[in-house]
Design a protein around this ligand. Structure first.
Ligand code: CTP
Ligand code: MG
Length: 229
């Protein structure tokens, strides 16, 4: 029976967020943002194990308490997200058939429902898949002068989110060259092998905390969820 293992790359600096403390350690309701991300993954009964990849230079992880159940932490982050994921995958020593769910540390508002939807939809898929959102806004191409150069038809356009769920063997094959500039997510690596990952409806709430203003939005989403629980 293949297992499901979550792999969380958390070795980035958050340069767009712009604070000395990386965004994954910013406090949300008194706990690091990363703790909320890990809660959702660790609380999911369908996930057997959670591997967190942090930077070898990380100065913050040891300052906090973390969920113990299922969680392993390795200081093997690389100099790109793809490299951090590739390093984590190599350390996992998963069976080729095991499912790996790669999830950005910075997506702290992933809901249990969306996570379960991905797991259920992809369970029997030959390739694997990812959470994604159909583009809702009109899409503009911008010029270097900051003007609209074209309006891009949004039909069929999706915004990729995480988790992205693939078999460990296929993902390892796809990430053999993690420095390749085209690898901005796991799905793009799988696509380069000629496969078509399954798109599973995500949710706007599962956004990636990127800019300083995003923290208040994440705090509001988590607070509303708690109130409704
Ligand atoms: N990540 C990683 N190793 C890297 C770069 C990124 O593990 N060398 C992780 C981040 O910690 C984050 C996820 O990949 O959880 C998504 O990356 P992103 O949102 O781009 O985070 P940062 O790279 O930290 O932010 P920025 O691009 O603004 O510097
Ligand atoms: Mg980045």
């Amino acid at each position: 029976m293949s297992r499901r293992i979550a792999l969380v790359p958390a070795a980035g600096h958050g340069s767009r967020f712009g604070t000395a403390t990386p965004k994954q350690y910013q406090l949300l309701h008194g706990r690091p943002l990363l703790a909320h991300t890990l809660d959702t993954l660790c609380d999911c009964a369908a996930i057997a194990r959670v591997l967190l990849v942090i930077s070898p230079q990380d100065e913050w992880f040891d300052l906090y308490r973390w969920p113990q159940a299922k969680l392993d932490v390795l200081r093997i982050g690389g100099n790109s997200r793809a490299q951090s994921v590739a390093n984590g995958l190599a350390a996992l020593q998963a069976d080729d058939d095991d499912w790996v769910l790669v999830h950005d540390a910075a997506r702290c508002c992933l809901s249990a429902d969306a996570l379960q939807r991905l797991i259920d939809t992809v369970a029997d898929d030959a390739v694997g898949g990812l959470l994604a959102q159909p583009v809702a806004d009109t899409v503009k191409q911008g010029s270097a002068a900051g003007r609209v150069s074209a309006t891009v038809p949004r039909d069929g356009l999706w915004l990729a989110q995480t988790p992205q769920m693939f078999r460990a063997g296929l993902l390892a094959e796809a990430l053999q060259d993690p420095a390749h500039p085209a690898l901005t997510d796991e799905a793009s690596a799988i696509e380069r092998l000629g496969h078509a990952p399954r798109l599973v409806a995500g949710e706007a709430q599962n956004f990636k905390v990127t800019w300083p203003g995003d923290l208040a939005l994440a705090a509001a989403i988590l607070a509303a969820r708690k109130d409704n629980a």
